[in-house]
Design a protein around this ligand. Structure first.
Ligand code: AMP
Ligand code: GLY
Length: 423
């Protein structure tokens, strides 16, 4: 089979590695891929948002199956376009990807179907939003409606901050059109859990739970990033919480999407907060999380392509999806300065091949330049180790990090620490 994977980060690298385990896969095209993915797939310089070029390429190569991984092409309708060319796909159509593409949509959906989430108000009019935050309880959360590279959420401790957040989004459009509408939300407290799930719109199969570490610095200090590391499973996601999530959140969500005429097929990601009143939805994503995928897929025992094809054909119920016992940790090596300004083009140097070889290395922001691997993004590498226990997986990932470096490289020293304190 010839497979096309849209995207070019650590998540896509983890997906491609897993797809390659299926012996019927002869060829994988990555659009655009990256320097490390080039070792596992043929990288084609077509951007993940260039929908017409993606569809034309897929048709020209007569690919048998396509996986659209990032949010942007899904929200723009890449799956619809590929399906028009008769290419079976893993990923939601545009009318279902809106569950991530518009927070106003997802909040209204949850309200209508009684799915637990933070109370909120939605505003298209800046003056009304400003009047509302003047009286809202603090802290208050201000969110841009649309996609904003994971940065569209501002937690405001004071009224001045909240007013400034509303103005920045609605008046100054710091997130572009994504801020034309804002969601102002109640602040929730509790540990966060990421649950990725496979769903064909009827059946939903949660994957092993995970925990992201979104802030740049140790102790959850510093700016929000795309994610600085992950562990799986998440110790806060107990069997009791899992059962409640299935009843109160997962099944109601896919039923709601179906009832709205927007059946969701693909990977539905639940960003949850385990509050004193039970689990609540912080956000939905219409795709695999990054870097959650880099800990979840290495623990998957069942063949990924088999699952993905079953999802796309609406027969997920026929597949027995199994995960290994044990744990995984993914440590992200980032460019100095990320998530603010950072330099690119730094050569990646393996300082201890034996240590590095104990991790699965997923490339996020790398490129090939004159035959050498160099940095090309903020998050550069993800080092994943699996083991029987979380403590061993975390220790192994940190040990592997001693085997590779580049100028300015930094990583958090406390990935998994909170989970270990609670497991
Ligand atoms: P999101 O982009 O929706 O995942 O939000 C980014 C991060 O902001 C989340 O992972 C949470 O840590 C935090 N966050 C979002 N909404 C809330 C909320 N209502 N209460 C507390 N924290 C929140
Ligand atoms: N790691 C969070 C996300 O993929 O949105």
């Amino acid at each position: 089979m010839k497979i096309l994977v849209v995207g070019g980060g650590g998540r896509e690298h983890a997906i491609i590695r897993k797809l390659k385990e299926n012996p019927s896969v002869e060829k994988i095209y990555a659009l655009p891929g990256n320097g490390g993915i080039a070792r596992d797939a043929e990288c084609v310089p077509i951007g993940a948002k260039d929908l017409p070029a993606i569809a034309a390429f897929a048709a020209e190569k007569a690919v048998d199956f396509a996986v659209v991984a990032p949010d942007d092409p899904l929200v723009l309708g890449a799956v619809d376009l590929l399906e028009e060319k008769d290419i079976p796909c893993f990923g939601p159509r545009r009318n279902a990807a809106i569950i991530e593409g518009s927070k106003a949509f997802s909040k209204r959906l949850m309200k209508k179907y009684g799915i637990p989430t933070a109370a909120c108000e939605i505003f298209d009019d800046m003056n009304k939003a400003l009047a509302y935050v003047k009286a809202a309880p603090l802290p208050v959360v201000v969110k841009a409606d649309g996609l904003a590279l994971g940065k569209g959420v501002l937690i405001c401790q004071t009224r001045d901050e909240a007013e400034e957040a509303v103005r920045a989004m609605m008046e100054n459009r710091i997130f572009g059109e994504s801020g034309a509408r804002v969601v102002v939300e109640e602040f929730l407290e509790g540990p966060e859990v990421s649950v990725l799930s496979f769903t064909d719109g009827e059946t939903i199969v949660p994957m092993v739970s995970s925990m992201d570490h979104k802030r740049a610095l140790d102790g959850d200090e510093g700016l929000n990033t795309g994610g600085m590391g992950t562990i799986a499973p998440n110790p806060f996601y107990t069997d009791e919480v899992a059962a409640r999530c299935m009843e109160e959140i997962f099944l109601p969500t896919i039923r709601a999407m179906k009832a709205e005429g927007r059946p969701f097929r693909g990977c539905l990601y639940f960003g949850l907060m385990i509050t004193r009143d039970g689990p609540k939805v912080i956000e939905y994503n219409c795709r695999f999380g990054d870097p959650e995928t880099q800990v979840v897929l290495p623990l998957l025992k069942t063949d990924l392509l088999t699952i993905m094809r079953a999802v796309s054909e609406g027969r997920l119920a026929e597949v027995d999806v199994e995960f290994r016992k044990g744990a995984a940790c993914c440590l992200i090596l980032a460019s100095g300065g990320y998530p603010s300004h950072y330099e690119k083009g730094k050569e990646i140097i393996v300082t201890d091949a034996a240590k590095l070889s104990r991790a699965e290395v997923f490339h996020a922001g790398t490129a090939l330049k004159d035959g050498k691997l160099v940095t090309s993004g903020g998050r550069v590498l993800g080092l994943t180790c699996t083991a029987d226990t979380l403590a061993e997986a975390v220790a192994a990932a940190y040990d592997a990090a001693q085997g590779v470096t580049f100028e300015g490289a930094y990583y958090r020293r406390d990935i998994g620490a909170r989970a270990l304190r609670n497991s």
